[in-house]
Design a protein. Structure first.
Length: 250
């Protein structure tokens, strides 16, 4: 009984673990973004908000679509976005022999399979190129990220200047003002690089997006048999053509 319960609830357990992992990663992603915003310069924050955030979302969308299409193919499933068109040409059995009728029907079925195969190949190539385009575009934005600039602290009073009369406080207008650099320890703490913090945020955002992809791929593999069209289940032509070059990389 225990083994039966464990087996039947295995999918639910995986889903719960996935949700916990996703919540943890989303929290880390939020914390990383806030840390970046607290340290980065105004130019860096504006650049990240205006260009990088939208490009990152587009990159994740295209990556997800590409990997899901590849997962469809690796599971011998035609993507739902493609039409499941079956050629149905009229064949008069009374005017043909049995061998001719079977041969023509087989040719019609092969024509339908070839159509689905070519359409899937073309669609995979399209989503692959879209993903590569967004990947290069996003990487260029990261490469052009505004440089970190260390700003000298605001002008401060030099307390090391010794007054001629220690008992009499010198008027404020006569006191010496200097621009002192921070100590090495304080500089290490305060001079965190906004570009490095934003890259850390991106790494965490990639983990969150990849977790969502893994969840949908797992769901697809679980329902693969039910979603696979009958014609595709019988034919394995997709595998030798597509799987070699486009296996899903997780």
């Amino acid at each position: 009984m225990f083994d039966y319960i464990k087996e039947t609830t295995q999918g639910l357990a995986k889903m719960s673990i996935n949700r916990i992992r996703r919540a943890s990663i989303e929290k880390d992603e939020w914390d990383a973004l806030k840390t970046f915003e607290n340290v980065a310069s105004e130019q860096q924050k504006m650049y990240a908000k205006t260009f990088c955030r939208s490009a990152l979302n587009n990159y994740h969308k295209k990556k997800k679509r590409f990997e899901l299409v590849a997962a469809h193919i690796s599971n011998d499933i035609i993507p739902k976005i493609l039409p499941h068109y079956d050629f149905n040409l009229p064949v008069d059995e009374n005017s043909l022999t049995n061998e001719q009728t079977q041969e023509y029907r087989k040719s019609i079925n092969n024509l339908s399979k070839d159509f689905r195969l070519k359409a899937t190949e073309l669609y995979l190539e399209i989503v692959k190129q879209e993903f590569e385009f967004q990947k290069e575009r996003f990487q260029k934005l990261i490469d052009d990220f505004p440089q970190d600039r260390y700003e000298v602290p605001s002008t401060q009073i030099d307390t090391n200047v010794v007054s001629d009369d220690d008992n009499d406080e010198e008027p404020l207008d006569n006191r010496v003002f200097t621009q002192k650099p921070l100590s090495q320890q304080q500089e290490t703490i305060d001079n965190q690089k906004g570009s490095e913090l934003f890259k850390k945020y991106i790494v965490i955002a990639h983990k969150r997006a990849q977790l969502e992809i893994e969840r949908e791929v797992h769901f697809l593999s679980e329902r693969g048999v039910q979603e696979t069209p009958v014609g595709t289940q019988k034919s394995k032509n997709l595998n030798p053509v597509m799987r070699v070059d486009f296996l899903l990389q997780v």
